[in-house]
Design a protein around this ligand. Structure first.
Ligand SMILES: Cc1cc2nc3c(=O)[nH]c(=O)nc-3n(C[C@H](O)[C@H](O)[C@H](O)COP(=O)(O)OP(=O)(O)OC[C@H]3O[C@@H](n4cnc5c(N)ncnc54)[C@H](O)[C@@H]3O)c2cc1C
Length: 422
């Protein structure tokens, strides 16, 4: 039987016979899953359909082109902190295939890694294309059949079991299907799954930076505050870490982490909300003690010259201004009410988010196929036992630091190990 894929014919052997697997989406999860499946079942055809002109386009851009491939998890308190959505499922799949296994797998393929102080793993080459080449080589060696420019438009369940997968110029029937189409906030992105009637959690962006209206802060563009707590007042959402002041507002780990934790809430608030900054991530009492120590140690120095070292000079001076304290005032002359104002400015600084950064820069999508549809043990559909999901297409997403790619590796591995061939 002959199937047309784009402008050439594709001869699909054993059309109604031996089990075969179709994977939809050749990103990190799809390519990794394809290699594992083909190594596990060398005799089975594994067809990988990719909408774009080449596989792993996004993977090649990760980590600013360096690919933050995973994380040691040493700097997060729990899996819940790393995965605002999907933590319970991630705990399970990480037990089977976690960061150590990811590193070992790629090392066995010849990649060497470096572990940064912040727990992020990068290839020693600092080159994401090395990871893409490694997976491409492994796919070619194991015999994965990759078809690019083959966007899937529709997946239907066949009455006797299996699925019919249709693109613009091809139709393929498959015994087992793995969906690894990634995530997007684009309207109708997962509409090819609609015929199956699976519940989808509406997609919204995650991991974006904040447009902050405060012009005096924007003037501090390029300033880095090392340990900040950024929060949304009146909610449970807060995030600690480095904050980067930019010409449009806030970026850096603290802002990205908050955008992740509060992704859906912020979408509903249309990205306009009051914010609070604790510039030192300490209590008001500890802040007061630190200022009194400073006052005692440097009574004759000006408030601008003797500062809390954790804050860069330019930011410290700006914050003194917000507290209404003259830069030339000596510490010994600082009146109590001014000290009180400084404590509040340092620990509970009010500002407002006035939108996301206007240029599209979201790194991941919050939402996707609802986890209630999926068996957490196999990542197979509860309604269609031979339909599986891995990667960002699931309603799983993480903060920055390599956790999102780890989700792709772990879920792909679980699917590859769960899928059964009769
Ligand atoms: C700029 C950027 C940098 C990032 N950096 C990091 C990082 O350093 N570390 C980290 O952990 N995470 C990072 N991420 C997130 C990470 O890249 C993703 O979470 C991860 O790539 C998800 O892998 P995936 O295979 O599930 O999806 P994807 O990589 O998105 O792959 C999905 C594939 O499916 C294809 N597809 C979609 N629909 C169809 C269809 N209908 N038919 C056929 N094919 C289809 C797409 O074309 C795509 O190739 C970054 C993301 C971005 C955008």
């Amino acid at each position: 039987m002959t199937y047309k894929i784009r402008n050439y014919s594709y001869f699909w052997k054993n059309f109604f016979g031996v089990a075969r697997i179709v994977i939809i989406g050749a990103g990190a999860a799809g390519c990794f899953c394809a290699v594992l499946l083909k190594r596990r079942f060398p005799q089975v055809q594994v067809l990988l359909l990719e909408a774009g002109p080449e596989p792993m386009k996004k993977l090649s851009l990760t980590g600013g082109g360096r690919c933050n491939i995973t994380n040691s998890f040493e700097h997060v308190r729990s899996v819940d902190e790393a995965y605002p959505r999907g933590a319970a499922l991630m705990r399970r799949v990480l037990r089977a295939f976690g960061p150590d296994q990811t590193i070992s797998w790629f090392e066995a393929e010849g990649v060497r890694f470096t572990l940064q102080e912040d727990g992020c793993y990068f290839p020693l080459s600092q080159d994401a294309s090395q990871i893409v080449r490694t997976l491409s080589r492994a796919m070619a060696r194991s015999g994965v059949e990759l078809r690019c420019r083959s966007a899937v438009r529709r997946v239907d369940a066949l009455p006797g079991g299996g699925f019919r997968i249709c693109g613009d110029l091809f139709t393929v029937d498959a015994g087992q299907v793995v969906v690894t189409a990634g995530g997007s906030v684009r309207r109708g992105f997962l509409s090819f799954l609609d015929p199956l009637g699976l519940e989808q959690v509406p997609p919204v962006p995650s991991l974006f930076t904040f447009n902050v209206g405060e012009s005096a802060l924007r003037a501090l563009s390029g300033t880095v505050a090392g340990k900040v707590k950024l929060s949304i007042p009146g909610t449970r959402f807060s995030a600690s870490g480095i904050l980067l002041l930019t010409h449009w507002g806030f970026s850096g780990p603290a802002a990205l982490k908050l955008s992740s934790c509060a992704a859906r809430w912020l979408s509903e608030a249309l990205y306009c909300t009051p914010l609070r900054v604790n510039w030192l991530d300490i209590s008001q009492q500890d802040c007061r003690s630190a200022l009194e120590t400073l006052q005692g140690a440097h009574p004759l120095k000006t408030c601008a010259n003797a500062r809390i070292e954790a804050l860069p000079h330019r930011l410290w001076e700006a914050l003194l201004g917000y507290a209404g304290i003259g830069l030339h005032l000596r510490w010994k002359d600082l009146p109590q009410p001014a000290l009180n104002r400084l404590v509040l400015t340092l620990t509970d600084f009010p500002c407002a988010m006035a939108g996301k950064y206007p240029h599209r820069e979201e790194f991941v999508t919050c939402g996707g196929v609802a986890l209630s549809e999926i068996s957490p043990r196999t990542l197979g559909s509860k309604r269609f036992p031979s339909l599986f999901f891995a990667g960002e297409v699931l309603d799983i997403d993480a903060i920055t630091g390599g956790f999102n790619l780890q989700a792709a590796w772990s879920t792909a591995q679980t699917v590859a190990m769960s899928l059964k061939i009769d």
